[in-house]
Design a protein around this ligand. Structure first.
Ligand SMILES: NC(=O)C1=CN([C@@H]2O[C@H](COP(=O)(O)OP(=O)(O)OC[C@H]3O[C@@H](n4cnc5c(N)ncnc54)[C@H](OP(=O)(O)O)[C@@H]3O)[C@@H](O)[C@H]2O)[C@@H](O)CC1
Ligand SMILES: Nc1ncnc2c1ncn2[C@@H]1O[C@H](COP(=O)(O)OP(=O)(O)O)[C@@H](O)[C@H]1O
Ligand SMILES: [K+]
Length: 520
């Protein structure tokens, strides 16, 4: 599902208005009706007090349309205008007049703290104060209103985006944003719904379809996409009836050091369960017996050294290599890594200590072949690209790194983001059960396994992070968050594949509702 930028949202409005030959207030009517239909379907006429707080722009206009439809359907509504500016948008004014025609009364204006209404915890607050148009710091009294909302403990529903949240930067203080329980966002999720620093402002969100022109939505290239089942499904490669183990590639996992052989076992097993034809592990001598015992399906090649990797030589021709897990950063290992990088021609995935070695020896970056996949968690990323000011800065620095070295970087975490050729691919699966040692090794194994099977770098990253998170999502139903361990993620990989073909899930895009006519 595409994530449109603020500029693209405004352009989509203009395009739709022209193409469908409608006025901008008709588009606002659709937005307001979609809000009304959503609420009406859930409230079913319940007489709960609904307090609608409208700004003076189009977000406020949406709130006014909603107020009009709720009132004319008999709901218990109070409408307030949060008067933070003398300006009024054209469509706000049109709907301000229309509301008056319905209620025969003007909404209550709020100019300062003295005007704040009492709010009970049983009320519903509709936050239509600022939308994507927020472009500068908010007045103190408006922030005090946000706090007043929070103190009331009333259920708070934000229109399009929680007021106070920018689309392209992180708020300075937590209190500067409305604490909302639910966001009803028009047509496209916003990038801030997926970033670690803005996550605290996002509880639940749903997309409301307002019929922005389909051609515009299809043909506009966006910087970011969030990938659900129906986005990764086309990447899936079927197995042919007459295929054999040679058809599905040979993956090589290079890593391990004394006390960290388990990491290689996790990666190798994950590669196998991702579907690879053959798997070989390259480890120090101390890894031979444990690996051969724990994973009989794997072949094992050992380094001359007992405890470390000191010279990476092998006579197989792998279709993809995953390197770095449990590797350590001993000087001898660094040398071996360097010489491997210079000579390797197979598609490559670099993780963990492989990344740490690169960070300490930036001159090695020039040996990375195009489309190498790097899988840093945030600390490893910081070592690689330097510190960042906020999440947006992190993304732009990662993009610059990706462009310069022609690689793909997966920024791991909740909503892992694959950064490739100027674009961001956001994973939608996974859960905090994954916050446990070894799950990153599993991801490396899955991605290396996919790469060896002939998936492109981008497909391996997107499909791999999806499957990894989905396995964890399926596993926690039986294991719980606390007891999920990396081995469980591997065990559920088969279920994650099977789940791709289950029909029960609604595609993200089909969750969008049609902006039906208002029910009479
Ligand atoms: N396709 C869609 O998605 C559709 C979207 N629609 C809706 O439109 C919403 C965007 O509306 P919007 O552009 O009018 O901006 P909004 O957020 O209401 O802000 C109002 C104005 O306030 C100003 N301002 C900014 N910051 C300020 C500050 N700190 N303190 C004081 N003033 C400040 C600034 O104006 P300025 O003063 O800079 O000229 C800004 O323009 C969008 O979120 C959605 O709800 C639908 O109606 C139709 C289809
Ligand atoms: N809270 C979370 N929600 C979803 N996924 C998570 C969460 N925490 C960690 N993960 C995932 O778990 C994996 C952890 O990788 P990493 O930090 O390298 O662990 P390790 O080095 O122990 O294997 C990554 O794929 C990351 O995206
Ligand atoms: K809002």
């Amino acid at each position: 599902m595409k994530i449109f930028s603020k500029e693209q949202i405004y352009e989509g409005d203009r395009f739709t208005i022209k193409k469908q030959n409608i006025s901008s207030s008709e588009l606002m009517e659709r937005a307001g009706i979609s809000l009304f239909n959503w609420l009406d379907a859930r409230l079913q006429g319940a007489p709960v007090p609904i307090l609608i707080f409208c700004g003076i722009g189009n977000n406020g206009g949406d709130g006014l349309v909603l107020a009009r439809h709720l009132i004319s359907h008999g709901y218990n509504v109070k409408t307030f205008i949060v008067d933070f500016s003398d300006k009024r948008s054209k469509d706000f004014l049109i709907n301000y007049e229309r509301l008056k025609e319905t209620t025969k009364d003007w909404p209550v204006s709020i100019h300062s703290v003295d005007d704040f209404p009492e709010i009970s915890s049983q009320d519903i607050i509709i936050d239509a104060i600022f939308g994507v148009g927020l472009n500068r710091p908010i007045s103190d009294w408006v922030i005090a209103l946000f706090k007043h909302f929070k103190a009331s403990k009333a259920l708070t529903v934000s229109v399009d985006i929680p007021s106070g949240l920018y689309t392209d930067k992180t708020p300075k203080h937590e209190d500067d944003v409305v604490t909302s329980n639910l966001i009803l966002s028009f047509q496209t999720p916003k990038l801030v719904f997926f970033l670690p620093e803005t996550d605290k402002y996002i509880d639940q969100w749903e997309i409301l379809n307002i019929d922005i022109d389909a051609t515009y939505l299809e043909t506009t290239e966006t910087e970011a996409e969030v990938l659900g089942k129906y986005d990764v499904l086309p990447m899936y490669k079927q197995r042919d009836k007459f295929s054999h183990k040679g058809s599905y590639g040979h993956a090589l996992i290079i890593g391990g050091s004394y006390g960290k052989i388990g990491a290689v076992q996790l990666s190798s097993r994950s590669a196998l369960l991702s579907g690879v034809g053959l798997i070989t592990a390259f480890v120090p001598k101390c890894g031979y017996i444990p690996l051969q015992t724990a994973l009989p399906e794997a072949m094992v090649i050992t380094d001359a050294d007992k405890k470390l990797i000191t010279d990476i030589v092998f006579d197989i021709i792998p279709d993809a290599v995953g390197i770095g897990i449990g590797l350590g950063t001993d000087e001898k290992t660094v040398k071996a890594f360097e010489s491997f990088l210079k000579n390797n021609t197979a598609p490559l995935v670099i993780d963990a200590d492989g990344l740490n070695i690169l960070s300490k020896n930036k001159a090695l970056l020039k040996y990375l072949k195009e489309d190498t996949i790097l899988t840093p968690h945030p600390k490893e990323l910081k070592r690689l690209i330097g510190d960042w000011e906020d999440d947006f800065d992190k993304l732009s620095k990662t993009k610059a790194f990706v462009k310069k070295h022609k690689v793909l970087v997966i920024i791991k975490g909740a909503n892992s983001i694959s950064v490739y050729q100027d674009k961001l691919y956001i994973n939608s699966t996974g859960n905090p059960g994954l916050a446990t040692g070894g799950t990153g090794d599993v991801l490396t194994g899955i991605i290396t396994g996919l790469r060896a099977q002939g998936y492109t770098a981008l497909e391996s990253a997107c499909f791999g992070t999806y499957l990894h998170g989905k396995s964890a999502d399926l596993a926690i139903e039986f294991k719980g968050y606390q007891s999920l361990i990396a081995s469980d993620v591997i065990s559920y990989l088969g279920q994650a594949y099977l789940d791709l073909f289950k029909q029960a899930d609604t595609p993200l895009s089909e969750k969008e509702q049609k902006p039906e006519e208002v029910k009479k």
